[in-house]
Design a protein around this ligand. Structure first.
Ligand code: BES
Ligand code: ZN
Ligand code: ZN
Length: 485
């Protein structure tokens, strides 16, 4: 589907040629000089007249009028050359890809060397371009009746470069895998809840296991009753849909100790239970499995790119609904860890299912745990929707996660967890823990509750309640990069 080519890129007959453009300094050298010559020096004029901007975030599609074989050139504005980094290229290509979408391109060529600068090599640029391009082209097709227009799909990408073809090709594969996993997470999250039940999540995990050779284990309600997963089962007990505790294991070698583990909240629909949500607050709660989706997306990337270290994924999957069997506020439940929990609010269900998932992960030899969850509305109040809120019990491990998030271009901000906070989480007259100790520090109460089950195991909690809405697929790449580092 894509090929690396050395040679004069002006010979490409692709539907469009993608070119990076720095505005300061605007140098008509290299790729641009070659292009300008093909246009008898007219490109320079376009820039001077403002018809073509190289400013960061601006893209332009211009027809070539048969001056060269390709039908049009898509320029991606990169801004100041000295400041342009991996993320600049990522954002510019996202904009260029969206802007050129209406042309129904079936083949594109990339003038890779036009993106290279002192901060970014051709290999890094190739990864940024592929990742951004495939992410930008993602659309959730949904269930509308299809129209008669045949959809045009991209069939080929040629990358023109003077850099090492083998290395560039490998970088393109990495970029494409990153985008693929992210798009999978987006698709899972966007799917309506009647078509994305716990069984559907388990089915998706099974497909991943078959495709990439992961070990898979799915615990059914009866299995969980036997081992005493009382916290997860309390949330699931109102549902007619069978709950699933899904575990995937990626084992690149014999070693299975201190395993890097991802735990994703898989609430396929959150009504709030008897602490029911309002008629407005309930809409959109199909996305309450975005944490599970990020974990499954990351496992897809791990399957594609096969890092050296073992990785485990644990996903507690159920909906949170009401029936005669459902759990109630004031119930006291016993978690897999043995700790008892007073349920003050059935809408604080994420922490209950994650508690047992984390204990289970530890039993399966998790050594470092990252949980990803649309856990609280409170994180949106605290940080807005462009940031993922984090808590940790281990600063060095948090630093590793933070570094991975920087590489992914995903914004994480750590919240404090004090002894005072922990006291509030343990405040109950009838049990060891309280699942909803009041409005103050809402996001911290939620994450801190989960930390009670991580105990001494290095753990990072990522609350994506806001970020998953603004950036679907969020944290997929951060997790994958962490596994690859
Ligand atoms: N799934 C919600 C959190 C959420 C809210 C996600 C908005 C996405 C958008 C979670 O289960 C929940 O309801 N949390 C409550 C906790 C409270 C009852 C302690 C909340 O944040 O209001
Ligand atoms: Zn809830
Ligand atoms: Zn929820």
């Amino acid at each position: 589907m894509f090929t690396i080519k050395n040679g004069p890129f002006t010979e490409t007959n692709a539907d469009a040629l993608l070119v990076g453009l720095f505005d300061k300094p605007l140098k008509f050298e290299g790729v641009l000089k070659t292009l300008d010559e093909s246009f008898q020096g007219n490109l320079t004029g376009l820039v001077k007249n403002g018809d073509l901007s190289a400013k960061k975030g601006q893209a332009a599609v211009i027809p070539t009028m048969s001056q060269i074989q390709t039908k049009r050139i898509v320029f991606a504005g990169l801004g100041k050359e000295k400041e342009a980094d991996f993320h600049t290229i990522h954002e510019a290509v996202t904009i260029a890809a969206k802007q050129s979408e209406t042309y129904g391109l079936e083949s594109i060529a990339v003038a890779l060397d036009s993106f290279v600068n002192e901060n970014v090599t051709a290999v890094e640029a190739a990864k940024a371009i592929f990742e951004a391009f495939f992410m930008a082209r993602f659309h959730y097709s949904g269930y509308r009746t299809p129209g008669n227009e045949p959809e045009k799909i991209l069939k080929s990408i040629d990358v023109w470069t003077e850099a090492d073809a083998v290395e560039v090709k490998a970088a393109c594969e990495v970029g494409r895998a990153m985008a693929g996993g992210t798009n999978t997470a987006r698709r899972l999250t966007a799917t309506p809840p009647n078509m994305m039940t716990a069984s559907d999540l388990a089915h998706h995990a099974q497909q991943l296991a078959d495709q990439y050779g992961f070990d898979i284990e799915i615990l059914e309600r009866e299995d969980m009753e036997k081992i005493g997963m009382g916290s997860f089962l309390a949330v699931a007990q109102g549902s007619a849909a069978p709950p699933k505790m899904i575990t995937l294991k990626y084992k690149p070698n014999e070693d299975w100790n201190d395993v890097l583990t991802f735990v994703g909240k898989g609430v396929t629909f959150d009504t709030g239970g008897y602490s029911i949500k309002s008629k407005d607050g309930i809409v959109g709660m199909k996305t309450d499995m975005a944490g599970a989706a990020a974990v499954l997306g990351a496992m897809e990337i791990i399957g594609e790119l096969r890092p050296d270290q073992p990785v485990m994924a644990v996903i507690p999957a159920t909906d949170n609904v009401i029936s005669g069997h459902a759990f109630k506020p004031d119930d006291v439940i016993t978690s897999l860890s043995g700790k008892t929990i007073e349920v003050k609010n059935t809408d604080a269900e994420g922490r209950l299912i994650l508690a047992d998932a984390i204990t289970y992960a530890k039993q399966q030899r998790a050594g470092r745990i990252v949980d990803v969850a649309t856990l609280t509305g409170g994180v949106i109040i605290a940080l807005g929707k462009d940031k993922t809120g984090a808590l940790t019990n281990n600063e060095p491990f948090f630093e590793q996660v933070l570094e991975a998030s920087h590489e992914a271009g995903e914004f994480i901000w750590q919240l404090p967890l004090t002894e005072f906070d922990k006291k509030r989480i343990r405040q109950s007259d009838v049990a060891d823990l309280n699942n909803s100790p009041g409005r103050d520090g809402h996001a911290i109460m939620g994450g801190g509750f989960i930390g009670e089950f991580a105990e001494e195991t290095p753990w990072v909690h990522l609350d994506i309640a806001g970020s998953a809405e603004m950036s679907p697929g969020v944290m997929t790449r951060t997790l994958a990069i962490l596994a690859l580092s």
